[in-house]
Design a protein around this ligand. Structure first.
Ligand SMILES: C[S@@+](CC[C@H](N)C(=O)[O-])C[C@H]1O[C@@H](n2cnc3c(N)ncnc32)[C@H](O)[C@@H]1O
Length: 268
């Protein structure tokens, strides 16, 4: 049975497949940071949980042409986009992270980018990861981190979207697993069954044109819970607010707080 949050995510990703790679892809990206944190042999069997449109898998294939990647995601549309991206270079499977359709000890490495904080509770997923990961196999995850620092662009976005939230008061349905957004949370989650746990905080910087930064904010989940009227009005208001903040070259910057988590399967 899917949760209310999963239904929301399915609707969102059906409408905006590839949103995450649009927002977070690019040079010196968090995807590349994740690839760089994996320590294993190139010919590894690798599982990407909540793989979206396969951008991370493509990064792995570029770094390690011999890797055998499998991706799983619950969004049909994201996977279709991934199949166009990857062709027969990867196997992409539709399914839920809470019930992985793979045999025990099947993978050398399990990875996930900007998705684990959206799966609540996380324990069933971590149990499944331990089951499908070989003993000693590596888990490498990038998630969002709580506590975004105020920046002019973020403040402008909040000023645009805030009045709509206050007026419409969309019902909260707890999209985020809070433990997946802090170091203490991850240490608690991975305390049993994983070892060599490391959690590193970093801020993913992006400097781009006003249009790209408008797109960046619009592809956050927040506007999608508002009315059609709000969704129609927000882009122009945001464009106007951000244009005022751009430098002489028409560029501005945003920063996304993230965590890089690595651990090894301690299961015998
Ligand atoms: C923010 S996107 C990240 C996609 C991809 N990892 C990337 O970074 O490009 C979150 C993804 O998680 C997937 N997802 C969320 N909950 C899931 C679950 N319980 N099982 C499988 N996929 C899930 C969504 O369908 C979506 O593709």
């Amino acid at each position: 049975m899917t949760t209310e949050a999963e239904d929301f995510l399915k609707r969102y990703h059906a409408r905006f497949p590839g949103c995450s790679s649009t927002v977070f892809g690019g040079r010196d990206s968090s995807y590349e940071r994740l690839v760089g944190a994996v320590e294993t042999t190139p010919a590894s069997r690798l599982l990407d949980i909540a793989c979206g449109d396969g951008f991370l898998i493509e990064c792995f294939l570029q770094a390690w042409p011999d890797v055998e990647p499998i991706g799983i995601d619950m969004s049909f549309e994201e996977l279709e986009s991934g199949r166009q991206r990857l062709g027969d270079r990867a196997v992409l499977v539709e399914g839920r992270a809470q019930a992985l359709p793979f045999e025990d000890a099947n993978f050398d490495v399990v990875v996930s980018h900007m998705a684990m904080m959206l799966i609540k509770p996380l324990e069933p997923v971590l149990d499944e990861i331990r089951r499908v990961l070989r003993p000693g196999g590596q888990l490498v995850v990038v998630t969002g981190r709580r506590g975004a620092q105020s920046t002019p662009a973020l403040d402008a976005y909040r000023e645009v979207i805030g009045p709509w939230y206050r007026a419409e008061k969309p019902a909260p349905f707890g999209l985020v697993e809070p433990r997946a957004t802090s170091e203490e949370g991850w240490r608690g989650l991975l305390g049993e069954g994983f070892e060599s746990v490391q959690v590193q905080a970093f801020d993913q910087q992006k400097t781009a044109s006003v249009e790209k930064i408008v797109e960046h904010f619009l592809l956050m989940y927040d506007p999608f819970v508002l009315s059609q009227e709000a969704q129609a009005a927000i882009p122009a208001a945001l464009r106007e607010a951000l244009t005022d903040l751009a430098d002489d070259g028409g560029q501005l910057s945003v920063s996304t707080p993230m965590l890089l988590v690595t651990a090894r399967n301690a299961s015998p």
